[in-house]
Ligand binder design. Structure first.
Ligand code: K7E
Ligand code: CUA
Length: 658
């Protein structure tokens, strides 16, 4: 029977994907005469636009020079970056380099500070220069986005990055020393005390070797609470800690807020402890991990966990303080609640009273009540799992199930008491009513088709204590027939929906041809105060203070000390000083360049052919790179931003004498 269900689920998945191709274009309703001024009417008629098309165009068109109302921060998936998009125009504004080198921003191509950031994310002696970014989390104050920082995880290597919204640059990457993949990250606590991160695929801690036959005893996950220091703008690993959890494959997490402040929640989807073996006669992973009817929602008290760590009840494992599993269970830090199998998203309502779990294999969302969870804990209404963790009685904590459709994944909220859930298999967004105490008041309101196979959704400030409503972006996994064909690898499709009224309206399609976005967050634009130029000329943008290598105009120089050569340069429209650098083969070169400009947008780039060097030197910044002149010859370096009419002349020769 279970096999049958699984086979039909797989079939459904395939069919839903194919359904995308078969779907018909909607019939165009003609415009009534006189609906538009004659010249606009002529354009609309010539292009075959419907009244809905015209309304959508009017809502999303951004006249030249006008600014968008919201920023959307979208993960770039396996491009390892973070993409900034203006809403409602859906124009890409920046593709922030995070886990992957990026030449335009001079990230990871010589710039010493950025190389150090990337190197901090290395795994042992392997230089990691890729990432699978999934979930951005904007910093919060009192549960509301404050526009200061954004964090994002790399699922492939279990890392978290810190991005500074003063200059939209990555400032730090931290690697969890105990796990090799994460997914339930990043999610911040309501005052950004901690950045939450959960394991995805369990391994022995420190991903040490242990045979899969020892899975139950040796494999584990962790929930890591990375301590964030706002003053420093850095995660502080020494003040962070992990909570050891069973090897249940933790999935998404969310932090509690208001009524659930101090708590956090993570799903899991392999309470079967299945370990594969499809060449050894075992079922495939997707069926092996779906045998039980229920998995476990992890409910943990991070505030209590911080107290337990402060009381010294932890072990240091690979340099990280870890609350061991028996301690977590005994101290009332970790509880489980059964949840319909193979869940994906877990999302806390704006008032913090309810936790919404979406199961990929269940047409319902399952809603838990924080009040009921706290009562069940107080009543000790639980049984213990194999690891001694209390499993709360499902009936005591489950508040209501709402049937929405096939493949519910992720939920967001507006300020009108509605929730929105993506339906992957249905290719639709369900709008449904949060009902409060009365379970009968929780009802599906409407469903809006999207194209196709939607994963995450992002409503304006839709996971805060104070959602804006207005816009919702569906991050669709399949594009199929929506855009001009570009070969077998298609863009994903970000679709903008107007959720301000009823019915919900689809108003824009935006192809994302960079990497697969997973989650995104949308913040009111006026909450951000990015600077135009660095605070003073000679600025170290990573340390956020004047650089000791800042060079003033007229003080440029080349210093030689044995075979160590140090160059102090400036760049200004339209020259680099010095424009002649003479080296000897084998010299070790340290080269500092200060952009002495203070004009908005007066950026100079710098590329040095044959040395893999690409820098971005933004107004006021001092950038340093180092290399060994290992090959003699004649090289050219030049500015890579078309900064002035005489930009092509902004160059220099580097001679390396044999
Ligand atoms: Cu793609 Cu949040 Cu990683 Cu769902 S996850 S879709
Ligand atoms: Cu500076 Cu072109």
């Amino acid at each position: 029977m279970k096999r049958l269900i699984l086979v039909s689920v797989v079939l459904l998945l395939l069919l839903s994907a194919l359904a995308g191709c078969a779907r018909k274009k909607e019939q165009a309703t003609p415009l009534p005469a006189g609906a538009l001024p004659a010249d606009a009417m002529a354009i609309a008629q010539e292009r075959g636009l419907t009244p809905d098309d015209i309304a959508a165009a009017l809502k999303t068109y951004m006249p030249s020079g006008k600014w968008d109302e919201y920023y959307l921060f979208s993960s770039g998936g396996h491009s390892g970056n973070l993409i900034v998009i203006g809403v409602p125009s859906m124009r890409i504004l920046k593709n922030i380099a995070v886990f992957t080198p990026e030449a335009w921003q001079g990230y990871g191509y010589g710039d010493k500070a950025t190389e150090e950031i990337l190197d901090a994310g290395n795994v042992g002696d392997v230089k990691i220069r890729m990432g699978d970014s999934h979930h951005p989390a904007l910093s919060e104050t009192n549960g509301d986005y404050d526009g200061q920082w954004v964090f994002i995880n790399d699922k492939a290597n279990a890392r978290v990055a810190v991005i500074d919204l003063r200059d939209f640059r990555t400032k730090q990457i931290v690697k969890d020393p105990n796990i090799i993949s994460n997914h339930g990250s990043t999610f911040v606590t309501p005052n950004t005390e901690y950045v939450i991160q959960g394991t995805q695929y369990a391994t022995p801690l420190g991903w040490d070797y242990a045979p899969l036959s020892e899975y139950k005893e040796k494999y584990r996950g962790v929930i890591t609470l990375w301590k964030f220091d706002r003053e420093k703008g850095r995660i502080v690993p020494e003040e962070s800690f992990s909570i050891e959890v069973p090897p249940y494959w933790q999935d998404l997490c969310d932090a509690g807020k208001l009524a659930s402040d101090g708590w956090a929640f993570c799903n899991s989807f392999n309470t079967e402890l299945f370990t594969g073996g499809n060449m050894q006669g075992n079922p495939q992973f997707e069926s092996g991990v779906s045998q039980r009817d229920m998995d476990y929602l992890h409910i943990f008290n991070w505030r209590k966990a911080a107290e337990v760590v402060a009381a010294g009840k932890y072990e240091v494992i690979n340099g990280m303080r870890v609350i061991r599993l028996p301690t977590a269970a005994a101290e009332g830090i970790l509880f489980f609640a059964p949840e319909p199998k193979s869940p994906h998203g877990v999302d806390v309502t704006p008032d913090g009273q309810y936790v919404v779990v979406s199961g990929k294999l269940d047409p319902h969302v399952t809603v838990y009540s924080m009040a009921k969870i706290e009562k069940a804990i107080a009543d000790r209404n639980w049984t213990l799992d194999d690891y001694g963790v209390p499993v709360l009685n499902y009936d005591a904590v489950m508040h209501v199930q709402v049937e929405l459709g096939l493949g519910p994944l992720h939920t967001q909220f507006d300020g009108q008491g509605y929730a929105y859930t993506s339906l992957f298999l249905d290719s639709a967004i369900a709008r449904w009513k949060l009902g409060g105490d009365d379970p009968a008041a929780w009802t599906l309101v409407e469903k809006t088709p999207v194209h196709y196979n939607v994963g995450h959704i992002a409503a304006a400030e839709g996971d805060t204590v104070n959602p804006d409503g207005k816009y919702l972006v569906a991050l669709n996994k399949w594009a199929v027939d929506r855009f001009l064909p570009v070969g077998p690898l298609l863009p994903q499709n970000l679709q903008l929906l107007d959720i301000s009224g009823s019915p919900v309206k689809l108003i824009y399609d935006m192809p994302m041809g960079i990497g697969e976005p997973h989650y995104a967050q949308m913040i009111k634009a006026d909450k951000l105060k990015p600077l135009n130029v660095y605070p003073q000329v000679g600025w170290d943008a990573i340390e956020w203070k004047p650089s000791p290598y800042a060079t003033k105009k007229g003080e440029e120089r080349i210093e030689r000390n044995g075979n160590h050569v140090t160059i102090y340069s400036t760049s200004i429209r339209s020259h680099i000083t010095p424009d002649r650098v003479e080296l000897k083969k084998g010299d070790h070169v340290t080269w500092h360049i200060t952009n002495v400009e203070t004009a908005h947008d007066a950026v100079h780039g710098f590329q040095l052919g044959g040395q893999n060097i690409s820098l971005s030197i933004e107004p006021g910044a001092t950038v340093t790179f180092e290399f060994v002149a290992s090959q003699d010859g004649t090289y050219a370096y030049y500015c890579t931003e078309f900064c002035s009419a005489l930009h092509l002349e902004m160059m220099g020769y580097m001679l390396v004498e044999p």
